[in-house]
Design a protein around this ligand. Structure first.
Ligand code: PLP
Length: 283
């Protein structure tokens, strides 16, 4: 593992955060996480597009170009020698005396790290159990912000219940939104369902790849429509998606077995197609 901060490569345990960095004190910043397959950044453009959108929504000045960000990604890959891994970066509003309103004339801070990561193929083959829990987050879940307390508490509740992931639902409408660090899908009568894009979920890059690239190429049907936990528990198949998990089958939800308790056929098709795409693009 290696890091990058303020223009130089650093060790991960180097102390770099200023006391009054607004990311540190307010969670005032955004992040992105990209997979590295075979020494290449998979779908970096889509991650950078989302990063720019998050920055715009938070009115954080954009001071890095795509070229610069890409160059820093590749300098970390090179310096670390990691060919299969995970690059995380965050941009905070900057450092200024602690005061809620935006400070003037501060420079956003970029920090980035790389760690090795392998696809969890064994887990992907058997699937995971998911916990059901109310979604307690704020109403701008479309921004990939550093504020992750709702997600952290949901994930921990899942782990306490011996589940891999928490699937959250908004209590007011009784509709599932997404996982604590993933998007959630079900398959019912050959139709793939997932929550539509709005302020209640993050527009996952893995989700976008499935919806825009893979599902059309496999002639499968997608319905972007919210559904209840009870509807999901009666689905034929379920799965979650994220940059690190790719397409991960879900075999139980809130204590109810999904389908026959094994990864579903359509889920496995999507899983294979996604891996194939990653392999093709990162040769
Ligand atoms: N939803 C949330 C809340 C997440 O934190 C993540 C990623 O970590 C995702 C969805 C999946 O997004 P992506 O496919 O871009 O990794």
């Amino acid at each position: 593992p290696l890091g990058f901060f303020d223009g130089r490569i650093v060790e991960l345990d180097e102390k770099i955060v200023a006391m009054e960095d607004r990311g540190h004190q307010f969670g005032d910043g955004i992040y992105e996480a990209t997979r590295i397959y075979n020494g290449k950044c998979f779908q970096l453009k889509r991650h950078l597009d989302r990063c720019v959108r998050s920055l715009r929504e938070l009115k954080i000045p954009i001071v890095y170009t795509y070229e610069e960000l890409e160059e820093i990604h590749y300098s970390l890959i090179q310096a670390s020698g990691i060919t299969n891994g995970f690059i995380y970066f965050q941009i905070t509003r900057g450092t200024a005396p602690r005061e809620h309103g935006f400070p003037k004339n501060v420079i956003p801070h970029l920090s980035m790290f790389i760690r090795p990561m392998q696809t969890k193929t064994e887990l992907q083959a058997v699937g995971v159990k998911c916990f059901l829990t109310p979604d307690q987050r704020w109403l701008r879940c479309d921004i990939k912000s550093l504020n992750l307390l709702g997600n952290v508490l949901a994930k921990q509740a899942a782990h306490d219940a011996k589940c891999f992931e928490a699937v959250m639902y908004r209590e007011d409408k009784n509709l599932i939104t997404e996982g604590s660090s993933s998007n959630f899908f079900i398959v019912k009568d050959e139709v793939i369902w997932t929550h539509p894009i709005n302020n209640l979920i993050l527009k996952g890059i893995t989700r976008t790849i499935l919806l825009e690239d893979i599902i059309p190429s496999l002639n499968l049907t997608i319905l972007e429509k919210a559904f209840s936990p009870e509807f999901a528990q009666k689905a034929d198949e379920a799965f979650i998606t994220s940059t690190s998990l790719e397409v991960m089958p879900v075999i139980s939800l809130g204590g109810k077995i999904i389908g026959d308790g094994k990864p579903g056929k359509i889920t496995q098709k999507l899983q294979r197609a996604y891996r194939e795409k990653a392999h093709q693009e990162c040769k």
